[in-house]
Ligand binder design. Structure first.
Ligand SMILES: [Zn+2]
Ligand SMILES: [Zn+2]
Length: 160
C-alpha cells in the first residue's frame, strides 16, 4: 500500500504506511527524508502511537494577502501546477487561522510552492542532462553524437 505523508503536531513530515494484520489496521511510521522505519518523531521525539493519524494538510494556513499572492504567483512544488484553491482554516474553537493554499491536483499532498524562476532553472538543468544522456546512448550504439550548438553558433557556421 502506498504511504502518505502527514504532518506531526510539531510540524515534522512523517510518512505513514498502513498494514493489515489479522483484520487489524496497523500504521507504520517512516522518516520522510531517509525512509527509515521510526517509532519516535525525528523532530520532537514523541512516540508515534497507533492513534495518531496526523493532519491531512501538509501546509500551514497563511495570512489572506500572502495566500492570495502565493496562489497567483507561485507554482506547486510537487506537480508544478499553477491552479490553487484557498481553503479557510479554523482551530477547534472555530477561530479563523488563515487560508491554506492547496494545489487543485495534489490536494492533501500539497507540500509547498516554488517560483517560476526555480522551474525554469530546473528545466534548463533537465535539458543539459538530456543532452548528455542522448549522446551517451548514441555513443553506446556507435553512432555519431549530436552537436548541440547555440543558434548563434549555427548561424556563424553558415557564414552569417
Ligand atoms: Zn513531532
Ligand atoms: Zn500540485
Amino acid at each position: 500500500m502506498a504511504g502518505r505523508v502527514l504532518r506531526h503536531y510539531c510540524g515534522q513530515l512523517i510518512r505513514v504506511e498502513v498494514f493489515q494484520s489479522h483484520g487489524e489496521i496497523i500504521p507504520k511510521f517512516f522518516n520522510y527524508v531517509n525512509n527509515a522505519h521510526i517509532v519516535n518523531c525525528p523532530n520532537c521525539s514523541a512516540v508515534l502511537d497507533t492513534d495518531w493519524c496526523g493532519s491531512p494538510w501538509l501546509v500551514e494556513p497563511m495570512d489572506d494577502n500572502i495566500a492570495q499572492y502565493t496562489s497567483t504567483n507561485k507554482y506547486c512544488s510537487n506537480c508544478w501546477g499553477y491552479e490553487f484553491q484557498l481553503v479557510p482554516a479554523k482551530d477547534l474553537e472555530g477561530n479563523y487561522l488563515g487560508m491554506r493554499v492547496i494545489c487543485v491536483s495534489c490536494q492533501e499532498e500539497t507540500i509547498g510552492y516554488v517560483s517560476e524562476q526555480y522551474i525554469r532553472r530546473q528545466q534548463s538543468e533537465d535539458y543539459i542532462h538530456y543532452r548528455k544522456d542522448i549522446n551517451g546512448i548514441l555513443q553506446a550504439l556507435g553512432l555519431p553524437i549530436i552537436c548541440f550548438t547555440s543558434e548563434k553558433q549555427n548561424l556563424k557556421e553558415l557564414g552569417f
